[in-house]
Design a protein around this ligand. Structure first.
Ligand code: GDP
Ligand code: MG
Length: 167
């Protein structure tokens, strides 16, 4: 099995952290250069007969006045059409206009979308994310929801199991 997995979400939700942990290595993904590729392949993970190719989509920006932002928004939207699975990463405590934009763009996806609620290590009680999950599920019928801590590794194996199930 082989599949393309797009990790999407606004800046700072923990996409890079998640990817580094899934791959088990620190991949430098910060670049001062503008993203000129349609999508940037960040890493390949091979396990037995499974090969997952993780794709970093350019960030979506609400402010479209800059030509580069406009370009990246288009690139991010089209990248979502070319993958087998989308991981929509959100921060468990902050919902912004940029999240809103990403969520709206998910309508362009033609593949399963898994909602990944990150940074749950900061919660005393995991039940605190239930209202967020409910609110988001009414906006989009996600194919699965996985709370994780990219940083601490909570639920990473469960997430990888979910990914494998959809590919
Ligand atoms: P990106 O912009 O979406 O790629 O986000 P990064 O991976 O660069 O992470 C943004 C910040 O959030 C960094 O300071 C990370 O250390 C922090 N972060 C990422 N994941 C977690 C997490 O699971 N828990 C906590 N507490 N912080 C996290
Ligand atoms: Mg990043």
């Amino acid at each position: 099995r082989c599949g393309f997995v797009a990790i999407v979400g606004r800046p700072n939700v923990g996409k890079s952290t998640l990817l580094n942990h899934i791959l088990g290595q620190k991949i430098s993904i910060t670049s001062r250069k503008p993203q000129t590729t349609r999508h940037q392949v960040l890493g390949i993970k091979t396990e037995g007969n499974n090969q997952f190719i993780y794709v970093d989509t350019p960030g979506l920006h609400v402010k479209e006045e800059k030509a580069l932002n406009r370009y990246m928004n288009r690139a991010a939207s089209s990248a979502m059409k070319d993958v087998d699975l989308v991981l929509f990463v959100v921060d468990r405590d902050r919902w912004t206009d940029d999240d809103e934009l990403v969520l709206r763009n998910l309508k362009n996806a033609r593949c399963p979308i898994v909602l990944v609620i990150n940074k749950v290590d900061r919660l005393d009680d995991k039940g605190q994310i239930l209202p967020l999950i409910e609110a988001l599920q009414t906006r989009h019928n996600f194919d699965d929801v996985v709370p994780v801590s990219a940083l601490r590794g909570h639920n990473r194996e469960e997430l990888e199991g979910v990914i494998a199930r959809f590919l």
